[in-house]
Design a protein around this ligand. Structure first.
Ligand SMILES: [Zn+2]
Length: 204
């Protein structure tokens, strides 16, 4: 953001597939705010319990302490009046209400930085991130590297047999794929294989 006068708030959104460095970018911005002696609060949904309970940790191991929340309402409850910068990681797990919550916080003069997946395992827009993108002052879309061919990767490829929208995990369950190498039917085909030969084909 260039010039911000008075105590105007705004929304920054960081999106991209898994392994694109979203958490790292979020942590980087929050640490810089802390260095500037701003009051920072960080939230992440309870569903994401990878690595640490009271920390946001990126795949590369960079960490920052955080508060676990189950709902967007809980974010609003836990934000203290004096807080100036609010970080929210994995916002796609907090549902539609997170859009109103972020708007409220920005309207009340706070800088809100939200990171999350903008597409699901089928490559479809993953609400609420698309709505947040349309309401944000600043948008950052990160790309990962396709593990198949090395091109910029915009998709999260699911490698296991599940058609659930949310399957939390990292190692072995997902990989970054480019537009050409992405195969949205793979998870579905794995399901069919699993039905024919139960237990045999959990992961690639
Ligand atoms: Zn590729």
């Amino acid at each position: 953001m260039d010039i911000v006068k008075g105590n105007m708030g705004w929304i920054e959104v960081i999106v991209g597939p898994m392994f694109s460095g979203k958490s790292e970018e979020l942590i980087r911005r929050l640490k810089r705010a802390e260095i500037a002696r701003q009051r920072v609060q960080i939230f992440k949904p309870f569903i994401d319990q990878r690595y640490a309970n009271t920390e946001i940790v990126s795949h590369s191991g960079l960490g920052i302490r955080s508060d676990n929340v189950r709902t967007a309402a809980e974010v609003l409850q836990k934000v203290e009046p004096r807080t100036e910068v609010i970080g929210i990681d994995e916002a796609q797990f907090l549902g539609e209400d997170i859009v109103d919550a972020c708007t409220k916080l920005a309207d009340s003069g706070k800088r809100v930085i939200v990171a999350g997946l903008d597409t699901d395992f089928m490559g479809r827009p993953f609400e609420p991130m698309p709505r947040l993108l349309s309401l944000a002052e600043e948008i950052t879309k990160l790309l990962a590297i396709c593990v198949r061919c090395g091109n910029p990767a915009v998709h999260t490829q699911r490698l296991i047999a599940s058609e659930d929208l949310i399957v939390v995990g990292a190692g072995g369950m997902y990989e970054a794929r480019c537009r050409r190498c992405f195969d949205p039917q793979l998870a579905h085909e794995k399901m069919e294989e699993e039905k024919r030969a139960p237990g045999k084909l959990r992961a690639v």
